[in-house]
Design a protein around this ligand. Structure first.
Ligand code: CDP
Length: 221
């Protein structure tokens, strides 16, 4: 099996690029951030205090989270309910980087993520894929861009979904999430050993995508 790990900060373009590259190469694409988002949504819906790790751990025992693919598109099921759209709000984004700091949450989600790479050629994106989830991945990419570029892209992405957000608020949120993700004790966001850095600040989506596909083809043939 071929495994491609793409890690990087919020809004670097990981999900769009990884999804299209997977389509082009015939691999499945797993967006691991969506799973953390699903835990965050469950906390919000159940009014679970996310400063209380024990409470989140208790909530986890009541959750059944699964990933299914409809026409090659990943969908997240929370207790059999499709929550793929509900997990995309800014409130869920911020909460996901809080629950992602908890060892119990990361442990709970690890096997779920590793399971895919056992039976399929995968491109998986997240924060700790090359470092923790799939340390033996044949290809490791660290995809990044300046915080300003990422905030601009996120505003446009939300606008396309009909959600209007202020650029300065999104920039502040992204900076806060970068801080949470790089400073947490467990599985912090960092460049995996042997990974190739791709900075997309000056690249269009098409250029970024082509670059990723070229890197993968070079590494796996
Ligand atoms: O799409 P975006 O880049 O905004 O974020 P995401 O990939 O959906 O991830 C949401 C949050 O989940 C991140 O801010 C991380 O805190 C957490 N996450 C993580 O800790 N480890 C992963 N492998 C993926 C996401």
């Amino acid at each position: 099996m071929v495994a491609v790990a793409i890690d990087g900060p919020a809004g670097a373009g990981k999900s769009t690029i990884a999804k299209n590259a997977a389509h082009e190469l015939g691999y499945i694409y797993v967006d691991t951030g969506a799973i953390y988002r699903t835990v965050a949504l469950a906390c919000l819906e159940n009014h679970t205090d996310t400063s209380d790790e024990a409470a989140v751990e208790t909530l986890l025992t009541t959750l059944d989270i699964s990933i299914v693919f409809f026409n090659g598109e990943q969908h997240l099921l929370l207790n059999d309910r499709d929550v793929s759209e509900l997990i995309r709000t800014e409130e869920v984004s911020m909460k996901s980087s809080v629950v992602a700091q908890m060892p119990a949450v990361r442990k709970y989600l690890l096997d779920l993520q590793r399971g895919f790479a056992k039976t399929e050629n995968v491109i998986m994106d997240g924060r700790d894929i090359g470092t923790v989830v799939l340390p033996d991945a044949q290809v490791k990419i660290f995809l990044t861009a300046s915080a300003e570029t990422r905030a601009r892209r996120r505003v446009l992405q939300l606008a396309a979904q009909g959600i209007k957000e202020d650029y300065n608020k999104i920039l502040k949120d992204i900076t806060e999430r970068d801080y949470n993700d790089t400073h947490r004790e467990i599985a912090p966001l960092k460049q995996a050993e042997g990974s190739i850095i791709v900075d997309t600040s000056e690249l269009t989506l098409e250029e970024s995508q082509q670059k990723i596909i070229d890197i993968i083809r070079e590494c796996v043939v």
